[in-house]
Design a protein around this ligand. Structure first.
Ligand code: GYE
Length: 326
């Protein structure tokens, strides 16, 4: 008898719980059960093949995951990203995701997001903020490691040479994480050998047009260039044009090592114009959607999620070309 009473009490309790859920009476389900997760995403711009692939990946993954993506293109300007983030706060999005164009100067706007209780996820590029509470997670590549891989290749390539190796460097956007880190990783890998000399280093803003322009200036000012280290493929591709127009053979007269691993660079590699490419994976969409869903659900997420990536010789790039997605 007492058992039956207990059982019916349990059953009653269950019904109550089910009813509460079904009617949307739960405290956190304040936007109703059909509410789509809304993510505000501020993208850097459309400066490179890498970026185009990254944008496409994020937009497609959002669609697939049933996430409403409010997409904003900052055209490589920090002020535009700050404006976009403020507008996302005003619109009360569920999560803000962004790829910070430069590393510094984010504390004020990120504090505003925190005060509005909107979690922030960093993707692709990092910020240098000391206050770790301003974002919940950072998903992207290890750019220092990428620079090291480029430098390690150079050390091996010139292992049997004792003569000076004159290097020109095309840097990414000034103040950006990939420019800072790819520069320092490369410098670290080559610093043990004084024969490696960076004779000129300047920003090409991660674009083909600027890469070409700066390489033209390098070719005019530098009597002897052995190696070009480009922080991304688009600048390397622009530089290839400048080298060819100057009557030199890219990949032979000037060796080229670059970062990204986009299709156009693999094509250039198959033609012998780039000697080594360090991969940086732009296809972050699925991982990002996974992450924002977990963050919204209040689940514990890792502070740092690193993307796995490899390196490519011309032979490997030529073999990978037919199936390359970006
Ligand atoms: O390497 C470059 C792009 O932040 C990793 O930005 C990204 C870099 C990428 O413009 O091509």
């Amino acid at each position: 008898m007492s058992k039956r009473v207990a059982a019916s009490l349990v059953a009653g309790a269950m019904v109550t719980v089910l009813t509460a859920c079904g009617s949307g009476g739960g405290g956190s389900a304040d936007k109703g059960s059909g509410h789509k997760l809304v993510v505000g995403f501020s993208q850097v711009g459309a400066e490179s093949g890498w970026r185009t692939a990254n944008t496409k990946s994020i937009q497609e993954s959002a669609k697939k995951a049933g996430v409403e993506l409010k997409f904003s293109d900052a055209q490589q300007k920090q002020e535009n990203q700050i404006k976009a983030i403020r507008s996302f706060i005003q619109q009360k999005v569920d999560v803000i995701a962004f790829s910070p164009v430069v590393e510094s100067g984010w504390d004020t706007v990120l504090k505003e997001a925190k005060d509005a209780h909107i979690p922030v996820v960093l993707t692709d590029r990092a910020v240098d903020s000391k206050d770790e509470s301003l974002y919940v997670s950072f998903l992207g590549s290890d750019f220092v490691e990428e620079g090291k891989k480029a430098g390690d290749w150079l050390v091996k390539e010139y292992a049997n040479n004792s003569a000076d190796v004159n290097i020109v460097q095309l840097e990414g956007t000034t103040g950006s994480a990939p420019a800072n880190d790819r520069k320092s990783g490369f410098a670290d890998a080559t610093k043990g050998e004084p024969k490696f000399k960076v004779v000129a280093s300047q920003t090409g803003d991660f674009t083909r047009a600027k890469g070409k322009e700066v390489m033209q200036a390098f070719l005019k000012s530098q009597p002897k260039i052995d190696v070009l280290y480009a922080h991304n493929d688009d600048m390397a591709l622009g530089a290839i044009q400048a080298i060819e127009e100057a009557g030199k053979k890219p990949g032979t007269d000037i060796k080229i090592v670059s970062v990204d691993g986009v299709k156009d660079a693999f094509t250039a590699m198959s033609q012998g114009k780039i000697n080594y490419d360090v991969e940086c994976n732009p296809l972050l969409g699925d991982q990002l959607m996974d992450l924002v869903k977990k963050v919204k659900a209040g689940e514990q997420v890792p502070r740092r999620i690193k993307t796995e990536e490899g390196t490519f010789t011309p032979e490997q790039a030529t073999a990978a070309l037919p199936n390359r997605q970006y």
